[in-house]
Ligand binder design. Structure first.
Ligand code: NAD
Ligand code: UGA
Length: 478
């Protein structure tokens, strides 16, 4: 068996996964022409922007990789079918969100974009084409992709297809590091030649022992399982954080104590405002849906509780802020530091800040929101509320504010966000928030003022010395 040599790759979907993943493949495989295609013209224009700070995805190190490869063997285009026709290998890296209506609404994956890709490949491909599922998909999706491709040439024409599963494990904010030195690359398939053709691409920079080969279904299911296990750890530590607050224990000490057990390990034990991101919730809900479908309701309930705990935990944080501020935040200014779902990304999908801010707006709070990378119009979409004018920090609560209508505005500087605020909530662990000068910031706030640190990034002693009241996640009163 000689694996076919891959000279041209087309990736459908120029998003958080397709863009960075193909940039790294192009960078590491200069002999392969890589084109990322998308139906979103604005996104493709942004990938082609001369100014690399305007790329549609913010990822540390991405600009350098794109600068090396773009125009040489990395291209971005909206000519979807033309690029499929030219490709030896087509990656499908489109969005697979949770269905919002119809059968399985709220849990099952919406596969309409994946199916559209399979149909585009069926229509436009030429010769032998290896189709790689890069999107995270329900187990057995490859069957549907194979059926659509098989129907393309019912009489066994000159074209042929092999379908592989190659899920992506990168995390946002560390995508380039994760792609350049992955813990493992997973390839599932039935056609050994196709598997080896894809393995040969990765072998340009990934040691062979880290390239795992499995059957299609194990590969698809491993991706859902990995995300479910990671999210489960976060819900576990956040549940213990709440218990620490009730009992006088400290979740950081508990995490250190259990994390030194080599069987548990220290990673993913950071208590916080709950997990966000586009995938953990959607992938677990998909797993829940599949388990029910396959007649395993107890297994479904087990995984569903991971998401339920996360939702409860986010409401809990909003509630305790209200309670500490004398039971009401109506008309009060609160500074929100961080809106992205984690540091080093501009992504706000399922960010904990969304649920927490919505709860506070519902209580009539006036939110000054600061994030170094998230654009105000994105916050507007997430909160489903237009931004207001920033009020005069000296003015005190206005009659409009006390009417109970929650409002928000975007602050370009932390100092502006804190001016006149009764409290500050840290919801994203941006490096900048670790070194804030609390002695200088405290006098800008209305006293008595609180710091709520949901990410354990500030120095409690510095906050106390500045005369501010302090709450942080998982810290009980001893
Ligand atoms: P995204 O929404 O950022 O990007 C998807 C892109 O696909 C969009 O730009 C959209 O316009 C394009 N698209 C949709 N249908 C198309 C079609 N028919 N033809 C051409 N373009 C089309 O999504 P993402 O975050 O990159 O995620 C993609 C997949 O990867 C999902 O299945 C996700 O679960 C998985 N995943 C994401 C991450 C992550 O960190 N974001 C990590 C691992 C896996
Ligand atoms: C996650 C996985 O880590 C990736 O392996 C996977 O490829 C990806 O989902 C996906 O399929 O989309 P990502 O969501 O980008 O990556 O980021 P994570 O670092 O996993 O963080 C997810 C959420 O958990 C964030 O809100 C983060 O703040 C939170 N988190 C993480 C904690 O609260 N505590 C921790 O200890 C770790």
């Amino acid at each position: 068996m000689t694996p076919p040599l891959i000279r041209t790759i087309c990736c459908i979907g120029a998003g958080y996964v397709g863009g960075p993943t193909m940039a790294v493949i192009a960078d590491r495989c200069p002999a392969v022409q890589v084109t990322v295609v998308d139906i979103n013209q604005a996104r493709i224009d942004a990938w082609n922007a001369e100014d690399l700070s305007k790329l549609p995805v913010y990822e540390p190190g991405l600009d350098a990789v794109v600068a090396r490869a773009r125009g040489r063997n990395l291209h971005f285009s909206t000519a979807v079918e033309e690029q499929i026709a030219a490709a030896d290998m087509v990656f499908i890296s489109v969005n697979t969100p949770t269905k919002t209506k119809g059968l399985g609404a709220g849990q099952a994956s919406d596969l309409r974009w994946v199916e559209a890709c399979a149909r585009s490949v069926a229509k436009a491909a030429t010769g032998h084409t290896i189709v790689v599922e890069k999107s995270t998909l329900p187990v057995r999706t490859a069957e549907a992709v194979q059926s659509i491709l098989a129907a393309a040439d019912p009489n066994g024409g000159a074209r042929s297809f092999s379908v592989l599963s190659n899920p992506e494990f990168l995390a946002e904010g560390t995508a380039i590091r994760d792609l350049e030195a992955p813990d493992r690359v997973l390839i599932g398939g039935e056609d050994p030649a196709a598997i080896e053709a894809l393995a040969a691409i990765y072998a340009s920079w990934v040691p062979d022992e880290r390239i795992l080969r499995t059957n299609l279904w194990s590969s698809e299911l491993s991706k859902l399982t990995a995300n479910a296990f990671l999210a489960q750890r976060i819900s576990s530590i956040n549940s213990i954080a709440a218990f620490c607050e009730a009992t006088g224990a400290d979740v950081r000490e508990v995490a250190r104590a259990i994390g030194t057990d080599s069987r548990i390990g220290p990673k993913f034990l950071q208590a916080g405002p709950g997990f966000g991101g586009s995938c953990f919730q959607k992938d677990i809900l998909n797993l829940v849906y599949l388990c029910r479908h396959f007649g395993l309701p107890e297994v479904a309930d087990y995984w569903e509780s991971v998401v339920q705990l996360n939702t409860w935990h986010q409401h809990r944080i909003a509630k305790l802020v209200v309670q500490k501020l004398f039971g009401t935040v109506t008309g009060k200014r609160l500074a929100i530091l961080g809106f992205a779902f984690k540091a080093d990304t501009n992504d706000t999908r399922e960010a904990p800040a969304i649920r927490i801010c919505r709860d506070l707006l519902e209580e009539g709070a006036q939110l000054a929101i600061h994030d170094p990378k998230v654009e105000p119009d994105q916050i507007e979409r997430d909160l489903r509320l237009p931004a207001s004018e920033a009020p005069d920090a000296e003015a005190g609560p206005t009659r409009a504010a006390l009417s109970g209508e929650g409002t928000w505005w975007s602050s370009a500087a932390v100092e502006d966000a804190l001016a006149g605020a009764d409290a500050v909530l840290i919801l994203t662990e941006w490096q900048h928030y670790r070194s804030l000068d609390w002695a200088a910031l405290a006098p800008l706030m209305r006293q008595p003022a609180w710091v709520f640190d949901a990410r354990s990034v500030v120095d409690p002693a510095a906050v106390a010395a500045a005369g501010l009241k302090f709450w942080r996640i998982g810290e009980g009163q001893a």
